[in-house]
Write a protein that binds this ligand. Structure first.
Ligand SMILES: C[S@@+](CC[C@H](N)C(=O)[O-])C[C@H]1O[C@@H](n2cnc3c(N)ncnc32)[C@H](O)[C@@H]1O
Length: 250
């Protein structure tokens, strides 16, 4: 599955940002995250160290980074990481960037690459000492949960990556029934673990992982052109996107 994802997303990486659907849904996700995570509305977001799962080329990351202290993105597709790094290198002052991406599969809260990237950003902003292992205040993810097997295990790892009272704000499209499969054309279904996320299931999983203040809400609705399939014609369908929220106990 991971290799299928790596090949597909690496192949798509170079053109990813020129797809207006990608840009639009990422903008909506950022708006929703900033609306639901209190630090943004309370003017405290500059204190946040953020971990992003499935950062891709950084469409969410580069929008969030100016508002927070630091952002480390992880992704398993080499092409996506290369595109992210090219965007960092193209910044006016790349040596002062507060974001970085590493090719990591989410399976260890203390992953050496994540730890290294977070520590390098801390050093860059002049911090002499920092948590060891490094921990985050907020974990975000957009359009990636549906690629992850063992979501309940992943949620447990996310809990470990957080500081006390840290939060998750994860967005992805909802599995609202059998029609949700049409989000991906048949040619892109390999490596898709589930056709969206089920509201009740994810809420129960987040609670079981030990998070408090759990809420799963519709964040926005995304109208997407879907391909003809069998007897079904090409059409435009509305896909609800969920934001999944929770807080680590303090
Ligand atoms: C649909 S793309 C979304 C990328 C980005 N969040 C965006 O919206 O532009 C899903 C991303 O998840 C990454 N991915 C898939 N499985 C992953 C895993 N197990 N761990 C981390 N990233 C993964 C893919 O490489 C891909 O970049």
């Amino acid at each position: 599955m991971t290799e299928a994802n790596n090949q597909r997303f690496s192949a798509e990486a170079a053109a990813w940002d020129s797809n207006s659907d990608h840009v639009h849904t990422c903008d909506e996700a950022v708006q929703s995250i900033m609306h639901h995570v209190p630090a943004f509305t309370e003017g405290k977001a500059k204190d946040l160290d953020v971990l992003e799962i499935g950062c891709g080329t950084g469409l969410v990351s580069f929008k969030l980074a100016p508002h927070v202290r630091s952002l480390v993105g992880v992704d398993t597709a080499d092409g996506m990481i290369d595109a992210f790094n090219a965007k960092v290198a193209a910044l006016p002052k790349p040596e002062t960037a507060n974001l970085a991406a590493v090719n990591v599969l989410v399976q260890d809260a203390d992953d050496v690459h994540v730890q290294g990237a977070a520590a390098a950003l801390a050093t860059r902003r002049g911090e002499s000492g920092h948590d060891v292992p490094y921990r985050f205040d907020l974990v975000v993810s957009h359009l990636t949960l549906h690629h992850l097997p063992w979501l309940s295990v992943v949620l447990g790892i996310l809990m470990q990556t957080l500081r006390p009272a840290g939060r998750i704000a994860l967005t992805d499209y909802e599995d609202f029934g059998s029609e949700a499969i049409r989000f991906h054309p048949a040619t892109k279904r390999e490596g898709v673990e589930s056709h969206g996320i089920k509201r009740g299931d994810i809420e129960a999983m987040i609670k079981r992982a030990g998070f408090e203040n759990v809420k799963v809400e519709t964040a926005y609705t995304f109208s997407k052109k879907v391909e003809a399939e069998g007897k079904l014609p090409e059409t435009t369908m509305d896909f609800p996107f969920l934001i999944c929220l929770g807080q680590k106990p303090s």
